[in-house]
Ligand binder design. Structure first.
Ligand code: G3P
Ligand code: MG
Length: 250
C-alpha cells in the first residue's frame, strides 16, 4: 500500500471531471467523476467578457462548444445558448458551460474536493484570481477539505496567497525549468504540478527534496501511473479515474 499523500489531497484527481467519459468541465463530467469514485476533480476557470467566472479550458469557444470566438469577448448571458456536450457525444447534447458558482455548489453537494486551476487570459491574471477566489471563499464550506488553488500564472498565485492563505497553492509547470524553485518559493507553493511526458524520476526527487508535493498531469495509463507513484509522485490528474483508482489503494 502507498503512504498517504496528504490528509486531504487524494492519489487520483479527475482532470476536468471524468473527461474521458463525459464532456470536460461540465456538470456531467463532475457527476460522472463522483459516480466513478473519484474523491476530487480538477477544473479550469476563466472570465467572460463581463468578468464572470466560468469553468472552461480553452481561450476560445470553438473546440468544446457550438459557439465561436474568444471566451473573453463573450458575455455570461450568451453562454446559455451554447451547447458544451454535443461535440463530445450526442448523448450529452444540451450540457451547458457551468459557472464557477454552479460547479462549487455541485461539488459541495456531492462531498467532493477540488483543485481549482486559475486559467487567466493574458493580461487578466490578477482580475481572474481575484474574482474566482472571491466566489470560492463565499461558497466553499470551512469544514470541507481545503481547495487546492493552482495556476501556470505566478501573478494569479500571488493573489491567491494574499486572498486565501488558508488554501494550499500549486504551481503548474510544463517542465521543471532551472529556476522552478524560485517560482515555487515566490508564491509559497505547497505543490508543483508537472506534465507527465517531461518528468523524470530525478525531477520528482528534486521537487520532493525541496519540500513540495508533486502532482502530475495528465496520465490515463495505469502502468504509467504505477511507475510515477513508485517515483514518489503524490497525486495524479487523470481523464480516466476509473482506470487509476483500483491501483491507488484507499
Ligand atoms: O492542472 C493540471 C492540468 O489541467 C494543466 O493543464 O491544459 O489540462 O489545464 P491543462
Ligand atoms: Mg487544467
Amino acid at each position: 500500500p502507498l503512504p498517504p499523500a496528504h490528509p486531504a489531497v487524494p492519489r487520483v484527481i479527475a482532470h476536468r471531471g471524468a473527461s474521458a467519459s463525459a464532456p470536460e468541465n461540465t456538470l456531467a463530467a463532475f457527476r460522472r467523476a463522483h459516480a466513478l469514485g473519484a474523491p476530487w476533480v480538477e477544473f479550469d476557470v476563466k472570465l467572460t467578457a463581463d468578468g464572470r467566472p466560468v469553468v472552461f479550458h480553452d481561450a476560445t469557444l470553438d473546440r468544446t462548444t457550438d459557439g465561436h470566438g474568444p471566451v473573453a469577448d463573450t458575455p455570461l448571458a450568451a453562454f446559455g445558448d451554447l451547447d458544451a456536450g454535443q461535440w463530445f457525444d450526442p448523448a450529452f447534447a444540451g450540457e451547458l458551460v457551468p459557472t464557477l458558482e454552479e460547479v462549487l455548489d455541485l461539488l459541495v453537494e456531492m462531498g467532493m474536493g477540488a483543485n481549482i486551476e486559475l486559467k487567466p487570459d493574458p493580461g487578466r491574471e490578477a482580475e481572474t484570481a481575484s474574482v474566482c477566489l472571491d466566489v470560492a471563499r463565499e461558497l466553499w464550506p470551512a469544514d470541507a477539505p481545503p481547495l487546492l488553488v493552482s495556476s501556470f500564472s505566478p501573478v494569479a498565485l500571488a493573489v491567491a496567497r494574499e486572498m486565501t492563505p488558508q488554501w494550499p497553492r500549486g504551481l503548474v509547470l510544463e517542465a521543471l525549468t532551472d529556476d522552478w524553485q524560485a517560482g515555487a518559493a515566490a508564491v509559497e507553493a505547497w505543490s508543483v504540478h508537472c506534465a507527465a511526458e517531461l518528468l523524470s524520476a530525478r525531477g520528482v526527487a528534486e521537487v520532493l527534496d525541496a519540500g513540495y508535493r508533486v502532482m502530475v498531469y495528465t496520465v490515463n495509463d495505469p502502468g504509467r501511473a504505477a511507475n510515477l507513484w513508485d517515483w514518489g509522485v503524490d497525486s495524479i490528474i487523470t481523464d480516466r479515474p476509473e482506470a487509476l483508482l483500483p491501483l491507488a489503494g484507499a
